[in-house]
Design a protein around this ligand. Structure first.
Ligand code: CUA
Length: 357
């Protein structure tokens, strides 16, 4: 009797299989279509974006059916084998191993994993290959909570540094990524490339920007209170424009403020508003004149209302000296004295004193 009932149940169970397969196929196709139609990423702006986006599409195509298979099976079993009233004390039929099934469900995922990993490995080694032409060397240094970019001085002097990332279009850039303190992660989503910045270790990343424009540089590793504010801009410009910009940075670094004997001459201070904007100060600070509303740090219109230039200068180069009530020490980088040239710092101080009066 019992055996007959089991055989009968099994036949009924098998009757559901075609319907389940049909549901699975339709759900997989819908899932894949949705996965491919949705624009997951920002505009692709580098040579590397193409292969990365294709890799993503392949992952979607392969993993959606797996997801659908698992979910359909689980949902079906939850519905089909649910407990009915009066069955509270019953135990299910004893289940024995099924060797064939176990081999299949081990072999298929293993094969899929090895195949996808090999494909991803090939794509990654391929896009990280050094270009035939010499790459532009840029050192990206992360610290709580900013990036500073160092360029080799074409005239052979000291490296040139900038809080803004400028790169020419169409030339490979070789980034050496470093950290001064904790773990950060250098990430330009439009380029699809990211790498951890680890203190004491140089990590590398190669990218060839192909599209002009401005793209966010972000930190992709939770690194403390100001993590969300650790955002800057990558400017992709034409090669001539890049050369001109680098020249200007070299001169700023070399000029370093009014030279002795030239005091009083105008040109001693850079355009403070431009410095404020270029450094991304507004990402953290509200300032009416610059139209910024950042709330990570103090509102400058309020905090600097009665401040003199000496106080403003100290607040920029040594932000720990005096902490505004309600804010914490250690969020604002302490490196502006190094990363800004003296003329930029003068300009910024004068500008802030002027507009917050
Ligand atoms: Cu640096 Cu997050």
């Amino acid at each position: 009797m019992a055996e007959q009932a089991t055989a009968h149940n099994e036949r009924r169970e098998q009757g559901h299989v075609p319907a389940l397969i049909a549901i699975g196929v339709i759900a997989s196709l819908l899932g894949i279509a949705l996965g491919l139609l949705i624009d997951w990423f920002p505009t692709a702006a580098s040579e590397e974006s193409g292969p990365i986006d294709t890799l993503w599409d392949v992952l979607v195509i392969v993993s959606v059916p797996v997801f659908v298979l698992v979910t359909t099976t689980v949902l079906y079993c939850v519905w089909r084998f649910r407990m009915r009233p009066g069955e509270e004390d019953l135990d299910g039929p004893p289940t024995h191993g099924n060797t064939r099934l176990e081999i299949i469900w081990t072999a298929i995922p293993a094969f899929l994993l090895v195949a996808l990993c090999s494909y991803a490995y090939v794509v990654l080694t391929d896009i990280e290959e050094a270009s035939a032409d010499p790459a532009l060397e840029v050192r990206a240094v992360g610290e709580q909570f900013t990036w500073t970019f160092h360029y080799r001085n074409p005239e052979g002097g000291q490296d040139v540094s900038s809080a803004q990332l400028y790169v020419p279009r169409g030339r490979q850039v070789h980034f050496t990524v470093q950290s001064k303190d904790v773990l950060h992660d250098f990430f330009v989503p439009a380029w699809r490339m990211k790498i951890d910045a680890v203190r004491g270790v140089d990590t590398e990343l190669r990218v060839t920007p192909t599209r002009l424009g401005e793209y966010p540089v972000v930190c992709a590793e939770l690194c403390g209170l100001g993590h969300a504010a650790m955002r800057q801009t990558a400017h992709v410009v034409e090669p001539q424009e890049f050369e001109a910009w680098l020249q200007e940075r070299v001169q700023l670094a070399a000029g370093g403020g009014p030279a002795e004997g030239e005091e009083g001459e105008q040109g001693g201070a850079a355009d403070g508003k431009a410095v404020f904007e270029a450094q991304g100060c507004g990402g953290c600070h509200a300032l009416a004149d610059a139209g910024t509303t950042g709330g990570v740090g103090p509102d400058l219109d309020e905090a600097l209302a009665d401040a003199d230039e000496a106080f403003i200068r100290e607040s920029i180069v040594d932000p720990s000296a005096e902490i505004e009530e309600g804010f914490q020490d250690g969020v604002m980088p302490k490196s502006y004295e190094q990363s800004l040239s003296p003329t930029e710092l003068d300009g910024l101080v004068q500008y802030l004193a002027e507009v917050t009066k």
